[in-house]
Design a protein around this ligand. Structure first.
Ligand code: 2NL
Length: 336
């Protein structure tokens, strides 16, 4: 083995490594030159058989060549792997990303917010309160007598120690009146609970109540505000009517109907051939309620109203089964 032969071997190795196209072929080259029985390995092994004067120089050059080839093969492997990655079929970096499935608000939440927004435009602000209530705020302060059917175990969910699940959002208004002085314009949205379950009733549903208290609030203010509300939700063409009614917490009391959304007054199955649909109850706040919260009935007057969100949503969208809101079928929910 001479220096020239060693140089020729180096030249061939460099050429072959340069030309190689895949990792497997590169592996074969590594074995060919640097493996146990490889060409460079053999030279290092056989140094002892060379004439003594050649040993140092050939030995050094052979070891240098070994390290050079190791380094070269390592780098070549990296290049080949990177190139293979870039060309891998099915990886197209220019493709647009997978879009997120955008979630949306539950239809009840949508209508609830829409209705709140209508009253906020009229100067009402949103008040909230606890869903677990005391008998006093839910019934007593609202002039609901102890023998009233709503207080029955069959109608209200009771906890031990005098707690209950609120059956309407009126206790929010009682709490607000107890902590704030009139004049007052609030709406009280939220979940309410009643022991009731069939095609038209779920044990939990949503309500919005409203309350306006000032020095000279009249029944015509009530009619004006609620007529505006109905036309905002169901369309400006929608006619409304008020009928006398009864609630323990208002006097006089009324119910408001809208013209049937299906037959527009002609009479159909939805409106029971009356041409009208009941959408809310309302009235002038009963003096006993004002007395319970310490408001001077000579000075202050007010109107209040209450409506069920599910009912409004069902009429607006033509839904015939209230339970659909709570079954979590995406096919239903995605429509809103
Ligand atoms: C209905 C009827 C109504 C009220 C709720 C109310 C609240 C206070 C004082 C007086 Cl603090 N009234 N709320 C008044 C009339 C009717 O709801 O049918 N709701 C679904």
């Amino acid at each position: 083995m001479t220096e020239r032969e060693l140089e020729e071997l180096r030249g061939r190795a460099l050429e072959e490594i340069e030309a190689v196209q895949d990792v497997k072929a590169l592996d074969w080259l590594r074995i060919k030159y640097l493996g146990k029985k490889g060409l460079v390995t053999a030279i290092v092994k056989n140094i002892k058989d060379l004439p003594p004067d050649l040993r140092p120089v050939i030995g050094r050059r052979a070891n240098e060549l070994k390290r050079e080839l190791e380094e070269l093969i390592f780098r070549k492997r990296e290049d080949l792997l990177r190139a293979a990655e870039d060309e891998a079929p099915g990886l197209d970096l220019t493709l647009p990303g997978r879009p997120y499935e955008l979630g949306k608000l539950h239809p009840i939440t949508q209508i609830l917010r829409e209705i709140c927004a209508i009253f906020e435009r009229l100067g009402f602000s949103i008040a909230r309160g606890p869903e677990i209530e005391l008998d006093y705020y839910n019934f007593e302060a609202l002039n609901i007598p102890p023998d009233h059917p709503a207080r029955d175990m069959q109608d209200t969910f009771y906890f031990p120690e005098g707690f209950l699940l609120r059956t309407h959002t009126s206790p929010i208004q009682i709490r607000t009146m107890l902590t704030r002085k009139p004049p007052l314009r609030i709406i009280a949205p939220g979940k309410v609970y009643r022991c009731d379950s069939d095609v038209r009733h779920t044990p939990m549903f949503h309500q919005i109540e409203g309350l306006m208290v000032d020095r000279s609030v009249s029944f015509s203010d009530l009619k004006g505000v609620l007529t505006y509300f109905a036309k905002e939700v169901f369309g400006t063409e929608t006619r409304v009517r008020f009928r006398p009614s009864y609630f323990p917490f208002t006097e006089p009391s009324a119910e408001m109907d809208i013209e049937c959304v299906i037959c527009r007054g002609a009479g159909c199955r939805l409106c029971g051939d009356t041409g009208w649909l009941e959408i809310l109850g309302a009235g002038m706040v009963h003096p006993n309620v004002f007395k319970a919260v310490g408001y001077d009935t000579e000075k202050w007057q007010g109107f209040a109203f209450g409506l069920g969100i599910e009912r409004i949503a069902m009429l607006k969208y033509g839904i015939d089964d209230i339970r659909l809101f709570y079954e979590n079928h995406l096919k239903f929910l995605e429509q809103f």
